[in-house]
Design a protein around this ligand. Structure first.
Ligand code: ADP
Ligand code: MG
Length: 676
């Protein structure tokens, strides 16, 4: 028998149970040994009946005093009771509907009982439905496996036991130097102890080794993917950096973070490999100026740039910004969006094809087939999480492997970003431009609505604009007012004298664009909307935001929303309306009221929700990790990173024969998520 032996040939399994195991993803002996316990029961520490702590899962060694007797209760149900003793204390055991218990527990025999001891006023100490085994076996730490309706944990435990009895030593795939160098234990010891730990120390060592292996394979995979893209050559190498000239266009001085990020990107673009870089910066951190600097240098080096925005209105806004910024230069800019007139589009396309225009700003219209570029060298996408990978690469195909620059406001802790975008380099704008006023944030209960409305009116009367944000609701939820309805209530009631607009996800794209444009132009004073404004327009005049049922929003989402205000001269206010009392919601509100630092908020969000939820349904492209947690296993992560770099340095794409075993590990891990 070996790792690839089919599971149905394992003694005691057979074809029916093999089907059940298959549903758990276990088809071979190897997969069985990689099916790790989700928890352990400690049978190694044995208590006496009197000393056993109450209400905790513990183990007691005791002798059965009498054969269990049945008592019928309601319907067909019955309970069985018996008494056990360890010579000093007495304890009652109860079992529910267990037909065989009187044949399984024999009078006068000694067993280990595992379960919770409770204190019953009349009957004294009691244990309900304990797990038990004959006392002659050695008590140990026992594995608990994730189970399904066909296969229970105990059966898996038996299978693993059988497998261990029938295989030879598990072969090591990692070089000895790496094992001893990082204080790890050998693979055979690891696999045996993750299933049947000799002790808790042994279990901890086994876990460390497996976590290291996971992170090592992950790092190795990410690095080799990175190197695969590195084999591309670009024809868009810049010869000279024109940033010094560019800053003269700016009405302000660049922040240190902006200067650093520009330098990092230009450094990439001087090489003969296409840049693939992510710029991460909180809302308002000044990503546009960084993009402008890169576009400027590209233009001066004779290359065109394309900047793609997720909405037409945002594209129009960028267009206006760049026109102003580049007005004293010879850089010609064209706008290209779907709703432009045919003649305008034609003129724009012509200017791009001839090379007359150095910058194209637009929506996905920029990557339509009929758009030709003369010398496309740089592609910038704004708010990348709204763009598909396919769209990005089709734009990239329009030049001679142009550089790609992705800008995102989603604040992700740096370590995580490095992992997620393993095939991207990352720059971080961790510094806001000076003089930014923090948005004052309050949390109030719904009884404050009258005051909130008059507060909004104060802002509107003063010439400012505002948002009212409603949560998305699931069908059948009655306790929350949907945005459409709330819009009616406000526009016909409290705000009948104001210009109120409605924006939500189900509207037609053209209608959405129209509403956003009206809001950007000041035609709409108060915008009632759902989260669609997350990636919205830049309206510096918007200074108040009220978020209804704020408990419905995640911390990062609240922060993203709040980023829509506080962009202008006015003092801005954000009001979180919620009657929620639960600890998690109040913790989120507290963080929101205390800070506007996007990275701190992202960290808090991770802490409150855990990385799984943090990314939610978003596709982050990382392989699933069985044991490792990239947020908390930082020490092992660093070790794994170091070792992976060392391996890759000698063998860029893991093709050398001595790394064949490592390569297999990587392929195994990445197969699902990358399809390789
Ligand atoms: P975001 O990162 O959200 O895209 P923007 O690029 O829109 O941010 O910048 C937000 C505002 O800050 C803009 O009005 C911009 O002109 C201004 N700004 C950007 N950089 C600086 C700076 N270094 N000093 C002062 N103001 C700046
Ligand atoms: Mg922006």
């Amino acid at each position: 028998m070996n790792f690839s032996t089919e599971i149905r040939y394992l003694k005691g399994v057979g074809s029916v149970r093999a089907e059940g195991l298959h549903k758990l993803g276990i088809d071979t002996v190897g997969a069985l040994l990689r099916y790790y316990p989700r928890a352990y029961e400690d049978w190694s520490k044995v208590y006496t009946i009197r000393e056993a702590p109450l209400n905790e899962n513990i183990c007691i060694k005791a002798t059965v005093c009498d054969t269990p007797s049945k008592v019928r209760i309601k319907g067909n149900k019955f309970i069985s009771k018996t008494t056990v003793t360890d010579g000093v204390g007495l304890m009652t055991l109860t079992f529910f509907n267990n037909k065989y218990i009187n044949t399984m527990l024999k009078e006068g025999e000694e067993y280990y009982f595992f379960g919770k001891v409770t204190m019953n006023r009349y009957a004294g100490r009691e244990m309900a439905s304990p797990v038990f085994q004959k006392a002659q076996k050695d008590a140990k730490i026992r594995p608990i496996y994730p189970q399904n309706s066909a296969i229970n944990s105990k059966f898996i435990e038996k299978c693993v036991e059988t497998a261990f009895a029938n295989i030879d030593e598990i072969p090591e795939y990692m070089p000895e130097r790496m094992i001893s160098g990082n204080g790890l234990c050998p693979l055979d010891y690891t696999i045996r102890n993750i299933h049947f730990p000799e002790s808790y120390q042994a279990l901890a060592k086994a876990r460390d080794r497996l976590i290291f292996d996971e992170l090592f394979a992950l790092e190795l995979g990410l690095l080799s993917i990175k190197n695969r893209t590195h084999t591309l050559k670009t024809g868009c190498i810049i010869k000279k950096d024109f940033t010094d000239e560019f800053v003269r266009c700016l009405p302000f001085k660049l922040t240190g973070a902006q200067t650093r990020s520009i330098g990092e990107a230009l450094g990439d673009m001087k090489r003969d490999e296409p840049m693939n870089r992510l710029l991460q910066g909180d809302v308002g951190s000044g990503k546009t100026a960084v993009a402008a600097a890169l576009i400027y240098t590209m233009a001066k080096n004779g290359f065109q740039s394309a900047m793609m925005a997720p909405t037409e209105v945002l594209a129009e806004q960028h267009y206006a910004t760049f026109q102003k910024l580049f007005k004293d230069t010879d850089i010609k800019i064209v706008l290209l969006t779907g709703s432009m007139k045919a003649a305008e589009k034609k003129a724009a396309k012509q200017a791009l094809a001839s090379g007359e225009a150095a910058l194209a700003i637009g929506t996905h219209a920029l990557i339509q087939q009929d758009v030709e570029y003369n010398s496309l060298g740089l592609v910038i996408t704004d708010e990348q999480h709204r763009f598909g990978v396919a769209q990005r690469s089709s734009l990239a195909a329009k030049g001679d492997n142009p550089h790609i620059y992705v800008m995102s406001a989603t604040p992700i802790p740096r370590t995580l970003a490095m992992m997620m975008y393993g095939d991207l380099n990352v720059s971080v704008l961790d510094e806001l431009p000076p003089g930014r006023k923090a948005v004052e944030t309050y949390q109030v209960g719904s009884e404050y609505h009258a005051r909130i409305y008059s507060y909004i009116k104060k802002y509107l009367d003063d010439g400012a604009q505002g948002y009212v944000v409603c949560p998305l609701i699931e069908e059948g939820e009655l306790d929350i007012t949907p945005a459409e309805e709330y819009y009616k209530i406000l526009s016909q009631g409290e705000f009948a004298d104001y210009r109120v607009g409605l924006l939500h996800g189900q509207m037609k794209p053209a209608d959405k664009e129209r509403i956003m444009r009206d809001f950007a132009n000041g035609v709409i004073q108060l915008l009632v909307s759902t989260v669609v404004i997350e990636v919205g327009v830049d309206v510096p005049n918007a200074a108040i935001m009220v978020i209804e049922n704020a408990e419905r929003f995640g911390l990062s989402q609240l922060h993203q929303l709040r980023g829509r205000i506080g962009r202008g001269e006015r003092k801005s206010t954000c009001v979180l309306v919620s009657d929620a009392q639960n600890e998690e919601a109040t913790a989120r509100f507290r963080v929101m009221c205390e800070t506007s630092d996007g990275f701190r908020i992202a960290n808090e969000d991770l802490r409150l929700r855990g990385p799984g939820d943090f990314f939610g349904k978003r596709q982050h492209g990382l392989p699933k990790l069985a044991l490792a947690d990239i947020l908390t296993d930082t020490e092992l992560l660093m070790k794994a990173q170091r070792e992976a770099c060392a391996v890759i340095e000698n063998d860029r794409d893991l093709s050398k024969p001595e790394n064949a075993k490592l390569r297999r590990q990587v392929d195994y891990m990445f197969r699902e998520s990358y399809g390789i």
